[in-house]
Ligand binder design. Structure first.
Ligand code: BGP
Length: 467
C-alpha cells in the first residue's frame, strides 16, 4: 500500500479568494479588499470594482452546494480559512460578529456531515484592514493581542475543529510584507529590521496560539505552514551551494523556531550581518517553547540559487521570482517550474530535520481550462494535464512515505476554481470544479465538474492505488 490507511485526502481554499460578500453580514474590510491585483501594483485607498475578490466565487452564498460537490469526491479533509474581519470587523471589538461565527459554524457542520475533517487556517493573508492601518500590521507587537483574542474566540466556538494552521505561508512575510504581514510601509521605505521584527511577533503569536489551542481543545493538532521553497544550486560550483544554504535559511528559520521552540544556531550571525536586532520581550523565550504538532507546506515548484545574480533566468513562480529557473524542469502555462521530485526531496529534508508529522497543505496546477460540451447536455473541462501533475506529485509523496517520512495528508490547492492569490485573476484555474467567471468578473458563477473530478475521486476511493 502506498498511502497509510487514514491518509487525509482533500482540498484547500482560502476565504479571501472565494467567499466574496466582502461587506455582508457585518464583515469588515480586510487587506485583500484593497489588493485588486494581488502582489502586483500594491494596495489602493479603497476597494475598487476591478478587485475580483470582492465577489470571489460567491462561496459565501453557495458554500453548501460547493461543499457537497467537494464531498462528492470523497474528501477526508477540507482546508479553509476564516476571514478574521468576518469575526472581528476591525480586529478590536470585544464581542465577535455573530453572523460571522454562524457562517463558519455551518461550514464546519457541513464538513462533519460528509465525514470531512475540517482544517482551519486562522490567518490566510486576510488581516483586518483596520489593524493594518492602526498598527502597521505585524510590525507592531500590539498585533499579538487582537490575534490571540480572535484565536480564543475560534477555539471556544469551534471545539469540533481538531486541525489548525496558525499562519498561511508564514515565511512569505519576507517576500510579500503587506499581503502576508499587513505591513503598510511602502516597499521603498521598508527596512529589513522592521520585517524581521514582524516575523518575531508572528512567531510569538503563533506559539501562544498553539498553547491556547492545546488548553482549550486538548485533542487539537496545531501546525505551522511554510511556503515550501525548494532550492537547488544553479551549478555545482561551491559558491552556488553556499548560496543555497543562505537562501534555505529564509524558510528553515521559521520551521526551526516553530518546531524546535527557539532561534536556531545561525540566527544571530544571519541577522547581525544584516544589521538586525530583534527585540525580545522577557517572556518570549518561554513562549516560543510551545512548538507545533505538525509542519505543513505549500509546494508548487522548485528553483535554483546563484551566488552571481547575473547568472540564470528568473524563476517564474509566485513570490520567489528572486530565485533562478531550473533548466531541467517543465513549466506550467503560467511559467511555474514543475518538479514533482522536489516535493519528495523537501518532505525528506523536513522530516530528517524535525521528525514530526508533515502535511502537504497546498499543491496544484494553475492552468488555462476550456469549457466544452460533455455530450450529455452539460459542459466540462478535459484536463489530463491536471491529472498528470497531481499524479506525479502524489507518486513522489508515496516515495517519501516509503522512505519513512510521516506525511498524513494532501489537501490539493484550489480544489474549486477561485481567484488566484498572486495575480488576483480567474483565468488561472486550479480546480476539479470549474466556476463560470472570467477575468473581467463576468459569468454565471455556475459550477461544472472537470474530468479530473472523477479522476481524483477514484484516487481517493482506492487510497492512491489507482495511481
Ligand atoms: C499560495 C497561497 C494560496 C494560493 C497559491 C497559488 O502561495 O497560499 O493562497 O493561491 O499560492 O498561487 P496563485 O493563486 O497566485 O496561483
Amino acid at each position: 500500500m502506498r498511502f497509510p490507511k487514514n491518509f487525509y485526502w482533500g482540498g484547500a481554499i482560502a476565504a479571501n479568494q472565494c467567499e466574496g460578500a466582502y461587506l455582508e453580514d457585518g464583515k469588515g474590510l480586510s487587506i485583500q479588499d484593497i489588493l485588486p491585483k494581488g502582489l502586483i501594483g500594491g494596495y489602493t485607498e479603497e476597494p475598487t470594482d476591478d478587485n475580483l475578490k470582492l465577489q470571489g466565487i460567491d462561496f459565501y452564498h453557495r458554500y453548501k452546494e460547493d461543499i457537497a460537490l467537494l464531498a462528492g469526491m470523497g474528501f477526508k479533509m477540507f482546508r479553509f480559512s476564516i476571514a478574521w474581519s468576518r469575526i472581528y470587523p476591525t480586529g478590536e471589538e470585544t464581542e465577535p460578529n455573530q453572523n460571522g461565527l454562524a457562517f463558519y459554524k455551518d461550514i464546519i457542520k457541513e464538513c462533519i456531515k460528509y465525514g470531512m475533517e475540517p482544517l482551519v487556517t486562522i490567518s490566510h493573508y486576510e488581516t483586518p484592514l483596520a489593524l493594518a492601518k492602526k498598527y502597521n500590521g505585524w510590525a507592531n507587537r500590539e498585533m499579538i493581542k487582537p490575534f490571540l483574542h480572535y484565536c480564543r474566540t475560534l477555539f471556544t466556538h469551534f471545539p469540533q475543529v481538531k486541525y489548525w494552521i496558525t499562519f498561511n505561508e508564514i515565511n512569505s512575510i519576507l517576500h510579500a510584507p503587506f499581503m502576508s504581514g499587513a505591513i503598510m510601509t511602502p516597499p521603498e521605505e521598508l527596512t529589513e529590521q522592521t520585517v524581521w521584527q514582524a516575523v518575531h511577533h508572528e512567531m510569538v503569536a503563533s506559539a501562544q496560539a498553539v498553547k491556547m489551542a492545546h488548553e482549550l481543545i486538548p485533542e487539537s493538532k496545531v501546525g505551522c505552514m511554510v511556503l515550501g521553497v525548494t532550492i537547488y544550486p544553479l551549478t555545482p560550483h561551491p559558491d552556488h551551494v553556499i548560496e543555497v544554504m543562505k537562501q534555505d535559511r529564509k524558510t528553515l528559520f521559521f520551521t526551526d523556531v516553530m518546531a524546535r521552540g527557539k532561534y536556531p544556531n545561525y540566527a544571530a550571525d544571519m541577522l547581525s550581518k544584516k544589521g538586525i536586532q530583534i527585540e525580545f520581550a522577557p517572556e518570549d523565550e518561554s513562549i516560543l517553547k510551545h512548538t507545533v504538532d505538525f509542519i505543513s507546506i505549500s509546494y508548487y515548484s522548485s528553483s535554483c540559487a546563484s551566488a552571481d545574480p547575473s547568472q540564470g533566468e528568473p524563476s517564474g513562480s509566485n513570490m520567489i521570482g528572486y530565485l533562478k529557473r531550473n533548466p531541467y524542469t517543465k513549466v506550467s502555462d503560467f511559467g511555474w517550474q514543475i518538479d514533482p521530485q522536489g516535493l519528495r526531496f523537501t518532505l525528506n529534508k523536513l522530516y530528517d530535520r524535525y521528525q514530526i508529522p508533515l502535511l502537504v497543505a497546498e499543491n496544484g496546477l494553475g492552468a488555462h481550462d476550456t469549457l466544452v460540451p460533455d455530450g450529455l447536455n452539460d459542459y466540462t473541462v478535459i484536463d489530463p494535464y491536471r491529472e498528470e501533475y497531481i499524479k506525479e506529485h502524489l507518486l513522489e509523496i508515496a516515495k517519501a512515505i516509503a522512505e519513512g517520512v510521516d506525511v498524513f495528508g494532501y489537501t490539493y490547492w484550489g480544489c474549486i476554481d477561485l481567484v488566484s492569490c498572486a495575480t488576483a485573476e480567474m483565468v488561472k484555474r486550479y480546480g476539479f470544479v470549474y466556476v463560470d467567471r472570467d477575468n473581467s468578473g463576468k459569468g454565471t458563477l455556475k459550477r461544472y465538474k472537470k474530468r479530473s473530478y472523477d479522476w481524483y475521486k477514484k484516487v481517493i476511493e482506492t487510497n492512491g492505488e489507482s495511481l
